[in-house]
Design a protein around this ligand. Sequence first.
Ligand code: TRP
Length: 334
Amino acid sequence: MKPTTVLTGVKPSGQPHIGNYLGAIRPALEFSGQPNTETWLFIADYHTLTGAPDPKRMREMTYEVAATWLACGLDPSKTVFYRQSDVPEIMELNWILSCFTPKGLMNRAHAYKAKVQENQENGKEDLDFGVNMGLYNYPILMTADILMFSADKVPVGDDQTQHLEIARDIAQKFNRQYGEILKVPKEVVQAKGKSVPGLDGRKMSKSYDNYIPLFEEPTKMRKLVMKIKSDSLPPEAPKSTEGSIIFELYECFASPAQVEDMRARYAKGIAWGTAKEELFNVMDAALAQNREKYKSLMADKSQIDELLKKGAQRAREKSVPFIKQIRTAMGIDA
Ligand code: TRP
């Protein structure tokens, strides 16, 4: 049986936090162990360019995201791991696909619509104020990423499912004219990580400034854990695990036996300080090794360069002949 191709992309966007790890990175890595699947994971650096980052920051963010995934257990011998910008055929396909993308489809893309709405609310006369064509065409590039490697499944978060629908539409439109060349990604598999509470109980997020950086040094991480919001019940009072931020985070890192033990201690009465201490301990135990690996990769980036180069070679073994096939089908022969 032909293996299923599972492909996803991550945009470089700075230091990840624990919410990113539990919600996206860990579930995606679990995916990569499944039988008869081929996993592809790439760094969507050209997608980040829509925000025109400073070049130094751009380079740094790219290394950060690569080192993060490798440190968290991505195995480049099992997963094709590459940088989007190292595969120029994707950009070629991007243009080709743009010629099969109705403009109206892009008008309805949510990131663009959100910008327009923001301009409306701010009373801007030009509703396209601050919109560059990269942002506008973002879903087309994402479509090229997916179709270039004939992905069967694309695990993405909620905010990206519309882009998957767009990818399917574009592939079908192309195929109607040229035959069944592009694989229509069939299944949208939601990355199933749960939403992780931050220090104040709202979803952990950079924009709420309630996050714990994934690779924070232990002393600083401990301090952040101590800041987690709790109520003012006295230590001996029985406590509810329901709605307890500390307990929810504990569950994400502890073993089932540890979780049950903690549940019993909540019922009996546990001091919040003690519960936080224990949370820090399981967190640190789960992340210490990854943190060291991250630091060593960031200290010698040539290891990352080497791996990404190899990944790009593997990717291009597919993309080079495939783009040729696509061009030939369209009557553009090299
Ligand atoms: N747009 C995705 C995000 O912001 C990243 C991405 C780019 C992607 N190309 C992709 C995800 C292709 C899946 C498939 O999260």
